[in-house]
Design a protein around this ligand. Sequence first.
Ligand SMILES: Cc1ncc(COP(=O)(O)O)c(C=O)c1O
Length: 403
Amino acid sequence: MSMTHMIRELLAIDGGTPVRKNLLPYGRQSIEEDDIQAVVEVLRSDWLTTGPKVAELEEAFADWVGAKYAVSFSSGTAALHGAAFAAGLKPGDEAITTPLTFAATANCILYQGSTPVFADVSPDTLNLNPAEAAAKITSRTRAVLPVDYAGHPADLAEIQHLADRHGLVVIEDAAHALGAEYRGLRAGGIAAMTVFSFHPVKHLATGEGGMVTTNRADLAETLRQFRNHGISSDARQRQAQGQWHYEMVLLGFNYRLTDIACSLGLSQLKKLERNLFRRRQIAALYAQAFRELEAIELPAVRADVNPAWHLYAIRLKLERLSADRAQVFRALRAENIGVNVHYIPVHLHPYYQKRFGVRAGEFPVAESAYARLISLPMFHGMADEDVEDVIRAVFKVASNYAV
Ligand SMILES: Cc1ncc(COP(=O)(O)O)c(C=O)c1O
């Protein structure tokens, strides 16, 4: 297979024929008839929001990941905000996180008036490097937010060890990592709080949606209040005080997930094992095909994890190519392969630059990875022909720019 891939064909960007006719996105939801029926069923019911489907999804989700409690939110970002609040983050506090993430991971620290402190990532997994995080701890540090980049769990044991020594709360951003395993445990049952996203490109889609899982009853209760205006659910149940009675006990938000979304989530949850299996299969096909391609570095997989493969992020070995990442990116797009880049390091965004003035060059591992990263299409609905198209396009582009 590889030899045919190595034949130099004229790139689509230079006027050649693209590998495929229509654009293959980098990620996409799979919605089947049973998902549609699940939503229709709710639309015909008495409850559009905060009905029976919310608790049903939360219980099934907690069971699936192996956590005691799951609290749903209207998005992964809202779930991160809830977790930052429940962790007790307040003005003057600091929280340590990775720069190589979606801005929401750091933004939730700002929502609480606290200061995000970035620490560089490990060169293999591109996850928060525990040693770098340790070096950033001060008397003001209250929380640490590792991200399971691309679906590969962070160094959760080392980070927990650090947190225990310094009295920090660990909020694991597992937006990429539903179904990922770390030392035999699924993400969701390990950190004090774990945050998930149900955005359409994720493993389980509800349109918008998110979840926080925890084994602590007190955190679960705070999270429930926070997502519902700060209203205490206990008070609502105090029948003796009258049916109308409720108490607002903290300043919360309306971050509730609807019954419509939860019903879709329940239907999607039934297919999660199958979808994870497919993502792992696609990752294995890529790894097998690209093994002999000298111009790219494949995503690392540590021995003690089983990644969930939200993304398949390769790194270009620029010294072996006559083109930079932008050119390779454009060439792959011209072949109708919907590549993407995850992520522009958060500290390089104008908002963070203006507010915190972190200089380029402060996080050399994250920044050098950023210059070389390209996310290839990875979603459970990809057909074998789609995978083959990606492989062909990568070989075509890499062999054209090989030096
Ligand atoms: C690492 C990470 N954290 C948080 C989020 C936010 O999730 P949502 O889009 O559901 O708000 C995302 C979304 O893509 C993400 O990739």
